[in-house]
Design a protein around this ligand. Structure first.
Ligand code: RB5
Length: 145
């Protein structure tokens, strides 16, 4: 399952991504927000990332105005490797090399069609392991310092 969430600044793109996931037949859980009312992005980053870290969800997608606040918040949560992505190459590489378990997008930055291509590139990519395994482990070891 994919965990998805946004604040008010990302709700339109989140809904477009949900339609895309429906069309692809992929299951997801929407952790909010559910209205255009102003709200705090860290609350939704925490909900989505908690689902990923617990194993309830395999991956997470977070959307805010820029994608930056969501990525900052997500990367504070133990076990999360969140990538703020604005292009398809990075979306693929962050899974292949960094094993990102969350991607963050900005509704006010990235157009809908490109955003869907980014989501698709990320979801279709696989972690390559090998030399990247040790590097990812080194990154995660920072959490223990
Ligand atoms: C909300 O106005 C905006 O600050 C938020 O969506 C996000 O862009 C923060 O990083």
């Amino acid at each position: 399952m994919i965990a998805i969430g946004s604040d008010h600044g990302g709700i339109n793109l989140k809904n477009i991504i949900k339609d895309f996931l429906d069309k692809k037949g992929l299951s997801y859980k929407d952790f909010g927000t559910y209205s255009a009312e102003s709200c705090d992005y860290p609350d939704f980053a925490k909900a989505v990332c908690t689902s990923v870290v617990s194993g309830e969800s395999e991956k997470g997608i977070l959307v805010c105005g820029t994608g930056i606040g969501m990525s900052m918040a997500a990367n504070k949560i133990k076990g999360i490797r969140a990538a703020h992505v604005t292009d398809t190459y990075s979306a693929r590489m962050t899974k292949e090399h960094n094993d990102a378990n969350v991607i963050c997008l900005g509704e006010r930055i990235t157009g809908c069609d490109l955003a869907l291509e980014i989501v698709n590139a990320y979801l279709e990519a696989s972690f390559q392991g090998g030399r990247h395994e040790g590097r990812v482990k080194k990154v995660m070891a920072f959490e223990e310092e």
